[in-house]
Design a protein around this ligand. Structure first.
Ligand SMILES: [Zn+2]
Length: 135
């Protein structure tokens, strides 16, 4: 069972944030320059997501969905990270689109990520889920 987000994971970053103001008024989403290679963080206590402002829109979109999954499960920070990554990849990637991108680009995760408007890590996480599922 995949977590239900308050917004569609297929929206782009800007529209997703705008819609969150309407459908999830209790949740605060902000942006900042985060330390190290931290892309985003979810603070359960204050129901607040912070996204690194220096990233591309594709990476921001993937990060926001990742943090929304933590929010949906009530995780503390990056708790239960593996589940979060798999669920995030499943929300961001459509199975049919993945299959055609895989054929078109012969499984190259960088080209597939470009085609699917996600980061390479999301493609690898989705692939891991397919392998765990045993296709
Ligand atoms: Zn996480």
């Amino acid at each position: 069972m995949v977590a239900v987000l308050p917004v569609s994971a297929h929206l782009n970053y800007g529209p997703m944030r705008m819609l969150l103001y309407e459908v999830a008024p209790g949740l605060t989403v902000g942006s900042a320059i985060l330390a190290g290679d931290l892309h985003g963080v979810y603070d359960l206590l204050h129901d607040t997501i912070v996204i690194d402002r220096t990233m591309t829109y594709t990476r921001k979109r993937c990060t926001l969905v990742h943090e929304l999954v933590h929010h949906a499960y009530g995780d503390r920070g990056h708790q239960r990270e593996h589940r979060c990554r798999i669920v995030t990849a499943r929300l961001l990637i459509d199975e049919q689109e993945y299959a055609s991108a895989e054929t078109m680009y012969e499984g190259d995760p960088w080209l597939m990520a470009d085609e699917l408007n996600v980061t390479v890590q999301i493609v690898l996480d989705y692939r891991e889920w397919l392998n765990e599922r045993g296709r």
